[in-house]
Design a protein around this ligand. Sequence first.
Ligand code: FAD
Length: 388
Amino acid sequence: MDFELTAEQELLNQTAREFCEKELIPHEGLLEKTNELPRELELDIRRKAMTVGLHACNMPESVGGAGLDCVSLTLVAKGLSRASLALAESVRRPCNILTACEGEQVTHFLDPVMRGEKRECIAMSEPDAGSDLKAMKTRAVKDGSDWVINGTKHFIANVRLCEFVILFAVTGEDQTPVGTRKRISCFLVDLDAPGLEVANGYEQMGHRGYHNNILRFDDVRVGGWQMVGAEGEGFKVASDWLGGPGRLTIAAVCQARAERAFEVAADCAAQRRQFGQPIGKFQGVSFPLADMAIDIRLGDLLLMNTAWRVDQNFPTVIEDGAMAKVWCSEMLGRVADQAIQTCGGMGLMADLPLERIYRDARFERIWEGTSEIQRHIISRQLMRERGV
Ligand SMILES: Cc1cc2nc3c(=O)[nH]c(=O)nc-3n(C[C@H](O)[C@H](O)[C@H](O)COP(=O)(O)OP(=O)(O)OC[C@H]3O[C@@H](n4cnc5c(N)ncnc54)[C@H](O)[C@@H]3O)c2cc1C
């Protein structure tokens, strides 16, 4: 088994790590204090990311991206994600659904994204459709060559930093032997379209400067050319994103934050003295550090092995990605909790990044599919293999 990175992968890893230390982490304090990511800062990070070749590095070369393999992309995601989310995501890795753009969609949406001029958000979730996305009610009805959209999406991330939304809506129903099946289609919609309201979302427990919004569609008219892929094939268009990169990116983010929390805790255990010696000399402090190191090592092995399996086109990449997301997100929760315990009262103070990492960690087990849904995906495959 060869765990060596190539020279290019080493270089990418180093570039992402250095970019994070120099261009992202210094702004964390501002986000924590104000709960805002200023637009100028977001655009500045985007421009700087373009100069070092990190912007849109996930996109294929055919559309102007770097065409990186999954191992390289995972290294980039990890390197950037030592910083808080709103900053890390300012280095744009656009949703790969956009690679399905054709004709006018390319000139109006994809090309400006690749040039760093436009940013997209993704709207699937609704108040009554979370894990069960097929329960969505937002509907697009055909009118001539146009579609007219009505409905409400919630929990949509970062809408105010975006120019358009990748929207999923019901365009009809089919009768199948197992009952009625909704046709769900994918549209690209400008956020300044008449009838589209962008409302504030809910106040959230962490990820300061990274907001959620509510989108209300009231007779929003879009052209037929704005549908991505064929009618009723919205989930097919989205499956590459939902199945692979989204979950693996969350796992990489969790891994990066767990490593950062661990480094703070290990340094604290070595430097903080009580009862006349470094607290790391007490087994009550050092054994949990050993457990954290094991947890983190396992996370990294699973994460990088999963990325490698994606590159080798293993048939089980969906289940592999689900495993990596469950392990890394739950591991981050354990490590963040224990890191605070190691640092005692200072662990709770904003002088250290631990209280923030602890708050932010709680999101990772919920979005991009909850831990329960990931376990459902993994166990379903286990049963399928046994003919159940
Ligand atoms: C801050 C934030 C930002 C987000 N950004 C976006 C975004 O940009 N775009 C977007 O479309 N969505 C976004 N989401 C939505 C996110 O993907 C959903 O929150 C997630 O999929 C879970 O849906 P839900 O919150 O409605 O929970 P529910 O689906 O209501 O689940 C509630 C509980 O029931 C459990 N459960 C549900 N079904 C089952 C089952 N079959 N078996 C076992 N347990 C089950 C869940 O695991 C969970 O514990 C965001 C969410 C948050 C919190």
